[in-house]
Ligand binder design. Structure first.
Ligand code: CAA
Ligand code: NAD
Length: 304
């Protein structure tokens, strides 16, 4: 399916080339979706092994789609996958990649200093029209935008895990983001067949502001010995209709990412700092310390 490239930053610079930083769970998913809908994509990671892992993830994810789409026809399946992958380049050089970007989507580790370093270095090399976005789960977009000289062209673009399956994207506007940039990003999301919602730059935006305290409450409930993780998961799936229980979900998101979010909010989240709602959890800390990061490391609350 060929789609006209009509998404514009301005008339002179349609979004054609998307550069995604980070090839982990989120970055690889965003790359898959953008390439599927005909964007040229560069996937950047400092770690070449992660780039290989990300490419492998995209390939096996596309295989699943291809099998469903062209059940009997292996040649068609192969063509579908190779066509999408032909639009994906990989790079370990963040600065060189930025030179071609119409849109930057940052999906690296959830650490404010690391993200600020990346954005400040990209700002010097990306063309003036390039829109910068972050997929951060919990950090203020404004704190990232302020290290660049393009705060009007800076916004949050928050995808959900697993990116190919989850329809929502939160488009986050700071006090400085230009309305036409938000409009461009909303159009971009629609071109990926996603459903965008708009939100102010506040901790956790909409979904995580509700979801992270909920998952943490589930961990505290187990810490207090009220029930087992398995029974909490069963309860929330069968009693509240959630597709995954909170422990399946925290394993899916990554225990390290969840801990980064909680610790950041407890320390300095606007309206949340010091709130017991986001206080550290000993159980979560111990699991992360021991390298049990959830599904991505093979073990978290459950073994995979
Ligand atoms: N690529 C593209 N599309 C795919 C795909 C792939 N690899 N795999 C499946 N799909 C499509 C399927 O074809 C299907 O589409 P149709 O309905 O049009 O047929 C759709 O995606 C659903 O796929 P599944 O059959 O795999 O879905 P499922 O019923 O097995 O559910 C799940 C899987 C979507 C993961 C579901 O368990 C779920 O919603 N879990 C909760 C996930 C969640 O809450 N995520 C949010 C985490 S929080 C977050 O992300 C924010 C943060 O900052 C931490
Ligand atoms: P991940 O740990 O799977 O991947 C992060 C990747 O970033 C790694 O491959 C790492 O090598 C790379 N990286 C680190 N520093 C880098 C740098 N300076 N330049 C280039 N690459 C670098 O993490 P993830 O789960 O994909 O999360 C990425 C971002 O998306 C975070 O901000 C996270 O909060 C957010 N997010 C996560 C989820 C989720 O469910 N996991 C959902 C939505 C948003």
């Amino acid at each position: 399916a060929v789609r006209a490239l009509s998404t514009n930053t301005d008339a002179a610079h349609p979004i054609k080339h998307v550069v995604v930083y980070g090839s982990g769970l989120m970055g690889s998913g965003i790359v898959q979706v953008a390439a599927t809908y005909n964007y040229q994509v560069t996937m950047v990671d400092l770690n070449p092994a992660m780039l290989d892992k990300g490419t492998g993830y995209i390939r096996s994810s596309l295989k699943r789609v291809a099998r469903k789409k062209f059940a009997e026809d292996e040649a068609q399946q192969k063509h579908f996958i190779e066509d999408i992958l032909s639009r994906v380049q990989t790079s370990t050089d963040p600065l060189a990649a930025a030179e071609q970007a119409d849109l930057v989507v940052e999906a690296i580790v959830e650490n404010v200093a690391t993200k600020r370093n990346l954005f400040s270095s990209l700002d010097g090399v990306a063309p003036p029209h390039t829109i910068f976005t972050s997929n951060t789960s919990s950090l203020p977009i404004g704190q990232l935008a302020e290290v660049t000289a393009r705060p009007t062209k800076f916004a949050g673009l928050h995808f959900f895990n697993p990116v190919p399956q989850m329809k929502l994207v939160e488009v986050v506007k700071t006090n400085d983001t230009a309305p036409e940039v938000i409009e461009t990003l909303v159009d971009f999301c629609k071109s990926l067949k996603k459903a965008p919602v708009q939100c102010k730059d506040t901790p956790g935006f909409i979904v995580n502001r509700l979801l992270v305290p909920y998952m943490t409450e589930a961990i505290r409930l187990v810490e207090r010995g009220v029930a087992s993780p398995e029974d909490v998961d069963t309860a929330m799936k069968l009693g509240a209709g959630y597709p995954m229980g909170p422990f399946e979900l925290v394993d899916y998101i990554g225990l390290d990412t969840t801990k980064f979010i909680l610790d950041g909010w407890y320390k300095s989240g606007e309206g949340l700092a010091g709130d017991k709602l986001v206080a550290p959890s000993e159980k979560l800390n111990k699991l992360v310390e021991s390298g049990r990061l959830g599904r991505k490391s093979g073990e978290g609350f459950y073994k995979y």
